[in-house]
Design a binder for this molecule. Structure first.
Ligand SMILES: Cc1cc2nc3c(=O)[nH]c(=O)nc-3n(C[C@H](O)[C@H](O)[C@H](O)COP(=O)(O)OP(=O)(O)OC[C@H]3O[C@@H](n4cnc5c(N)ncnc54)[C@H](O)[C@@H]3O)c2cc1C
Ligand code: SF4
Length: 395
């Protein structure tokens, strides 16, 4: 690791001045992402300015019924805060779905929003990566991209943003408060992370030297808060990033959904707000359980035409579709979509032809399964405890 200087800022203005005047300086929150990157040689700051002990460590009710979360509030404190648990249970749930207890004890609100993608090529200095080294290419397009973007990606980068917290802040339209050399500004959280476009290297719209000081949450009507939540699908029950996640809040009256807020995680370079799904859900009958055959809940994941971009050579990113999560892709339970049944999937998770009435391929065992096009990019099959009903096993 390259030697670096360390300073603890006494106040926000000093921290901003220290970083803004040195291109090689960086803010340090809990260090759970930045220090990892320094060890990997991915980040090489010459000065770390510690902002984790600035007086931004409180969570306060605002007069309009909303809440202000200081940027130095630790993830554990955020998830345990009574105000957050009562008014924004989806946020408390999202934070608890991330990382581990030890990491959450260190990680800060500001640092969480600025954590970088978990694309393996981004962290591997020996491979081309436009985000790490602009102009070198994107290794994921032709390589391992099972957890990569299906929405808003570009030919330059198909990485996804990993923060669970950011998804839960996007559904209620939070605002990120920032202090920079030119003063303060407020950025809607939905515009805070960028889409990759031609230049995937900057993750966010922040300029060098801009410090996150707080996040403001607007009031969420109690009826909505009561019917809100965060669901995350991942490869392990804990300590894993989202394959897909959804933060959703619904206001239900007389058995009908009146208003909805939906944001998806793990599918794009930023949390993906689903206005279309919100419109479709408003006025729809609300079910305590998903009705047979799916129906309304699946709307959350459908795109406008042409939005889901296939990767090169027709390969698509694979993603597990849970049986009960609103964000599930439109994949029949346990069954790989037609036309992609012959390829290889992830090692040891080969899709097989079986004796199903429909004669489709599927993963024969519990957990994840994958079928691919020519061994590249997998298509999704469901999380389930066995083969589809009627299956007579591999043929
Ligand atoms: C094993 C492991 C598993 C994980 N699993 C998950 C998961 O499932 N879900 C999830 O969401 N996250 C997960 N994480 C990521 C974790 O949540 C982040 O590492 C953490 O939130 C980052 O916060 P931090 O305060 O430590 O940031 P730091 O590492 O200190 O900083 C991260 C970035 O933010 C900048 N920064 C920090 N504070 C500020 C500020 N106030 N203003 C401007 N810039 C700032 C830093 O300069 C740096 O660029 C995991 C991490 C690990 C190591
Ligand atoms: S997806 Fe983005 S982060 Fe990953 S290799 Fe491609 S350019 Fe790099």
């Amino acid at each position: 690791m390259r030697p670096f200087a360390y300073e603890r800022a006494a106040d926000a203005a000093t921290a901003v001045a220290l970083v803004a005047e040195r291109p090689g300086a960086a803010f340090l929150g809990g260090g759970t992402n930045l220090v990892d990157h320094m060890r990997l040689g991915l980040a090489r700051p010459e000065l770390l300015v510690d902002v984790s002990r600035l007086p931004h460590d409180t969570i306060a009710a605002r007069p309009d019924g909303g809440v202000r979360i200081g940027a130095a509030v630790r993830n554990s404190d955020l998830a345990a805060d009574p105000l957050i648990r009562e008014r924004y249970p989806l946020l408390a749930g999202a934070v608890l779905a991330g990382a581990s207890g030890q990491l959450r004890n260190l990680a800060t609100t500001g640092g969480n929003l600025l954590q970088r993608t978990r694309c393996p090529y981004f962290q591997d200095l020996t491979t081309p990566c436009n985000k790490r080294s602009p102009g070198t290419g994107c290794s994921a397009l032709e390589g391992f991209h099972r957890g990569h973007a299906i929405l808003g990606a570009s030919e330059r980068c198909v990485a996804v943003h990993p923060s669970d917290m950011a998804v839960a802040l996007t559904a209620p339209d939070a605002t990120v408060r920032v202090l920079g050399p030119d003063g303060e500004r407020a950025i809607p959280v939905g515009e805070f992370q960028r889409l990759p476009g031609e230049r995937p290297d900057p993750d966010t719209v922040l300029a060098h030297g801009e410090l996150i000081t707080a996040v403001d949450l607007p009031p969420l009507p109690p009826a909505m808060a009561a019917r809100s939540g965060y669901r995350k699908v991942r490869e392990r029950a804990s300590f894993a990033f989202a394959l897909v996640s959804v933060a959703a809040a619904l206001e239900v009256r007389d058995g009908v959904a009146r208003r909805a807020r939906v944001a998806l995680g793990g599918v794009a370079h930023r949390p993906w707000r689903r206005a279309l799904a919100e419109e479709a859900l408003a006025g729809a009958p609300a079910f305590a359980q998903r009705p047979a055959g799916g129906g309304p809940l699946r709307i959350a994941a459908t795109n406008g035409p042409g939005q889901a971009a296939p990767f090169r050579r027709g390969a698509r990113r694979g993603r597990a579709a849970p049986r009960s999560v609103a964000a599930a892709r439109r994949v029949p339970d346990g069954v790989a979509p037609r036309g992609r049944r012959s390829g290889r999937g992830a090692p040891g998770r080969r899709a097989v032809r079986c004796g199903c009435p429909a004669g489709r391929a599927h993963a024969p065992v519990a957990g994840w399964g994958a079928a691919g096009a020519g061994g590249r990019g997998a298509v999704a099959v469901s999380l389930r405890s066995g083969p589809p009903r009627g299956c007579r096993g591999p043929s």
